[in-house]
Design a protein around this ligand. Structure first.
Ligand code: SAM
Ligand code: SF4
Length: 472
């Protein structure tokens, strides 16, 4: 079995081809509006577009043409995802880290940061606080260095999350993880812990920039990280998320590289990632890089890249985090984002009411949106979206290729739309403020009126009558 030491870290990789990316971008510099319109027409067939076509869209600067790109992205988003939007919260269990990522407050040499890892009891308290807000899906996050138990610490933490029960269906039903790369046998143990998605961002595909930004620790090895998703697939994890940390290198290069990464996964494993995350660099404690990104992505370019991704890989979920402010979130939702984090804290222990005094000293980065879940939910409803706390696909075994087979012909809407309404209703009845409940129930009623399945109406009534965790 390969360990990190077996990965000679040279820049040659079969997955990411630097000169091909440059050639592709170079050859797409001249924009022909007619050709762009043809690409956009083809995109409406919902089959995705080629890497070259993706590059062409990324090179557009003309506002008028960009409007057409947005329009197409909105149509695709609406056709495949409808009005639902999945909500989740990150759970930071530890900020211990042995790596030196120059943009992150958790990096080993940041002596200013208060180091903390949560005990299993503290994790249970955090989870209880999250459940009491109405969360059903968590993303467990940690730095790359675990307390003495090593990986068992993470596995026990996942077990703890699933074990917390606040009565009548009030529990966490899906635990995704964002953790450092593992070996195949370790990934198998992670799978056995019943994780939903394994998430890992390459951060920056451009090799030299990667080396400049990751100056120490195991993460310095570019290839070991790049091949982590292969190892996860080999271990039988069929639900993975990838991502780029925008601001480190030219976004156009990065997206073409990401498409090459996906092409590799599709070639060798028959499927790509379930999700793509699009974090932008945020200021972080003691990090000059985070405050002054080397290749900043403007709001306009950020909107463009979200729209292009939506068009390029229509069936892959797009995740936006708390890092973005409410205005950008609103725009990004219409262009293609299908999941957002809400009510987030990025310091271990940040959800418990008594941890306020610790805040600000243990955060990974500053948040653009610090509103509580209920406020985000209200906002999302006002924007016309249905907040979804659904976890049914993964619990019904609709993951990996099974999911893709359903998703591609648009079938998944038959499950996702009603499940969004059912789980949102649960949220409204159990947790929402009066204001949110009023706005939310009105939206749910409108949407339910458009559903002519007796079975789904029956399930809806079951929830109103107090039954919980009902899904199709
Ligand atoms: N330590 C693991 C790793 O690096 O893969 C997993 C957890 S790490 C806390 C999760 C992600 O946070 C990183 O992959 C990186 O993209 C993101 N991150 C780090 N510093 C950031 C910053 N200043 N602004 C925005 N995102 C940041
Ligand atoms: Fe550690 Fe991850 Fe932060 Fe890098 S990004 S310093 S590996 S927590």
């Amino acid at each position: 079995m390969k360990s990190s030491l077996d990965y000679t870290d040279d820049r040659d990789t079969l997955i990411i081809n630097d000169s091909k990316i440059r050639q592709t971008l170079e050859s797409c510099k001249d924009i022909d509006p007619k050709e762009i319109e043809e690409i956009l027409q083809e995109a409406l067939l919902l089959k995705g577009i080629s890497i070259e076509q993706t590059a062409k869209l990324l090179m557009i600067e003309d506002e008028h043409l960009l409007e057409s790109v947005y329009e197409t992205a909105r149509k695709i988003k609406d056709e495949i995802y409808g009005q639902r939007l999945v909500l989740f919260a990150p759970l930071y269990i530890s900020n211990l880290c042995a790596n030196e990522c120059l943009y992150c407050a958790f990096r080993a040499t940041n002596k200013h940061l208060k180091r903390k890892y949560l005990t299993q009891d503290e994790i249970a308290e955090e989870v209880a606080a999250l459940i009491d807000q109405g969360q059903k899906r968590l993303l467990v996050v940690a730095g790359e260095s675990y307390p003495q138990e090593g990986l068992n610490y993470v596995l026990n933490s996942i077990k703890t999350v699933y074990s917390v029960n606040r009565g009548s269906g009030k529990n966490i039903r899906r635990v995704n993880v964002n953790l450092a790369p593992l070996e195949v046998d370790e990934f198998k143990r992670l799978k056995d812990a019943q994780i939903g998605t394994y998430q890992l961002f390459q951060e920056v595909y451009h090799y030299d920039t990667y080396k400049k930004m990751h100056v120490g620790g195991r993460k310095r090895n570019y290839k070991y990280r790049l091949h982590a998703i292969d190892r996860a697939f080999q271990a039988g994890i069929d639900d993975v998320g990838i991502g780029i940390l925008f601001g480190l290198y030219d976004y156009r290069y990065e997206i073409i590289a990401l498409r090459q990464h996906i092409a590799h996964l599709e070639k060798y494993f028959g499927m790509g990632p379930h999700t793509i995350s699009v974090p932008r660099l945020e200021p972080a404690d003691e990090s000059a890089v985070a405050s002054n990104p080397p290749s900043p992505v403007s709001d306009r370019d950020f909107k463009k890249l979200i729209a292009v991704l939506r068009i390029s890989v229509p069936y892959t979920g797009l995740i936006l985090s708390t890092r973005e402010n409410p205005k950008m979130r609103g725009e990004a939702l219409s262009l293609g984002i299908s999941q957002i984090s809400a009510g987030s804290r990025t310091n271990p222990g940040g959800y418990r009411v008594d941890s306020k005094d610790e805040k600000g000293t243990a955060d990974q980065f500053s948040l653009g949106d610090t509103r509580p879940l209920d406020e985000v939910v209200y906002d999302v409803v006002k924007l016309g979206y249905i907040p979804s706390f659904c976890t049914s696909c993964y619990r019904s075994g609709r993951t990996g290729l099974d999911f893709m087979e359903l998703a591609k012909p648009g079938e998944i809407r038959k499950f996702c739309h009603p499940n969004a309404l059912l789980t949102f209703t649960e949220y409204l009845v159990d947790y929402a403020s009066e204001q949110t409940k009023k706005a939310g129930l009105q939206l749910v009623k409108e949407k339910m009126a458009q559903i002519d399945s007796e079975r789904i109406h029956k399930k809806f009534q079951q929830i109103i009558d107090g039954e919980r965790d009902i899904y199709v």
